[in-house]
Design a protein around this ligand. Structure first.
Ligand SMILES: *Cc1c(COP(=O)(O)O)cnc(C)c1O
Length: 341
């Protein structure tokens, strides 16, 4: 069976780097949505807790339920169907109508659209929204926004950041007027965190950096992160192939000289994105994936019992014309996880 190995040393290394950059462990909320970007929700949540992280971010209430014993605060990004609730849950309000749906005393973070035009209420309706939250007797525990270009070389990031700073002043004044506690303010994802020094917000929502990646390194304050996940596959069968024989679907790989090859048990059915004759990939040990990736198999010029498919997805992301996030997140949650400490 193929497996994912999680390198605990690298994970702790990354958490140390992000915590130091943010100022403390308390300022880090680890983003664990989508099965912790394919790394395993429970496995990563348990490690983060062991390191001393107290906050997490997920997409759904069901995810929050699974990890509620491990964190003091869990931010739920896009699910307000509170079939179950815990006082550690904080629900993101993505639109004005959400306010009326939530039961009294629910902890909420109000999301403000500062330019991404995805979710959140508009800047003009902040005051109205806070009054409605107050009247609905919800606990306003956070104010948040999300950057549209934290990892791109433009000044847009700094512009959005300054808009959010102005919002902070307005909200603080309003909360004082209403005798409400000042909520936590947060805007940064991984690349937002590494775009500047002297982090001055209450929380950074760190996703990809904890797993060892960032996009567009050159823009960021050299975080020196280490990939946490490696993917391993097991040999199914070996055989000798002769010059000019063809391997796999479409016979797209033509053997150049007699050699021994094997099939291994990983394929696009496991969420390992399909490679083909146009996208040639070599494993960390220098073996080549021969021809097309099948649903459950790859052919490789090796006879090793187990093979490391990747220990860093940067190259694969480039080949697939995508980002590191997609390579790890698409991996099937059923692939078993092993923690290497
Ligand atoms: C996914 C997500 C993050 C984490 O982003 P990374 O780039 O992986 O650090 C932060 N905030 C929100 C709202 C998200 O949806």
């Amino acid at each position: 069976m193929a497996k994912i190995v999680l390198n605990k040393y690298n994970y702790f290394h990354n958490l140390k780097i992000v915590s130091e950059h943010a100022g403390s462990k308390e300022k880090i909320a680890v983003v664990l949505k989508d099965n912790a970007y394919g790394h395993g929700l429970i496995e990563i949540a348990t490690l983060a807790n062991e390191f001393g992280i107290t906050k997490a971010v997920v997409r759904t209430v069901a995810e929050a339920q699974q990890i509620k014993h491990l964190f003091e605060k869990i931010l739920i990004l896009s699910d307000n169907n509170l079939s179950t609730y815990s006082h550690s849950f904080h629900i993101v309000i993505n639109r004005y109508e959400d306010i009326a749906k939530l039961p009294k005393n629910t902890n909420v973070h109000l999301k403000i659209d500062t330019g991404m035009h995805r979710n959140g209420i508009s800047i003009n309706s902040i005051e109205e929204a806070i009054y409605s939250i107050y009247e609905a007797k919800l606990n306003l525990t956070g104010i948040m926004t999300h950057y549209r270009s934290a990892d791109e070389l433009t000044c847009e990031f700094f512009w959005q950041r300054s808009v959010f700073r102005d919002i902070k002043k307005v909200v603080t004044a309003l909360c004082e007027k209403l005798f409400l506690p000042i909520p936590a303010f947060h805007s940064s994802n991984s690349s937002g965190l590494f775009r500047f020094k002297n982090f001055d917000e209450d929380i950074a929502r760190v996703g990809i950096a904890q797993y060892g990646y960032t996009e567009n390194h050159s823009l960021l304050l050299n975080p020196n992160l280490k990939p946490v996940m490696s993917l391993w596959a097991n040999k199914i069968a070996s055989q000798d192939v002769k010059t000019n024989q063809k391997i796999g679907y479409g016979g797209s790989y033509i053997v150049k000289k007699d050699m021994k090859i094997s099939t291994y048990d990983i394929g696009y059915g496991d969420g390992f994105l399909r490679l083909n004759e146009k996208h040639k990939y070599t494993t960390p040990k220098g073996y080549e994936i021969l021809g097309r990736v099948s649903m459950d198999y790859v052919s490789i010029n090796s006879t090793d019992e187990m093979i490391c498919i990747f220990e860093d997805v940067t190259e694969l992301a480039k080949l697939n014309d995508t980002i590191s996030y997609e390579i790890t997140t698409t991996l099937n949650p059923n692939i078993k996880k092993e923690i290497q400490s």
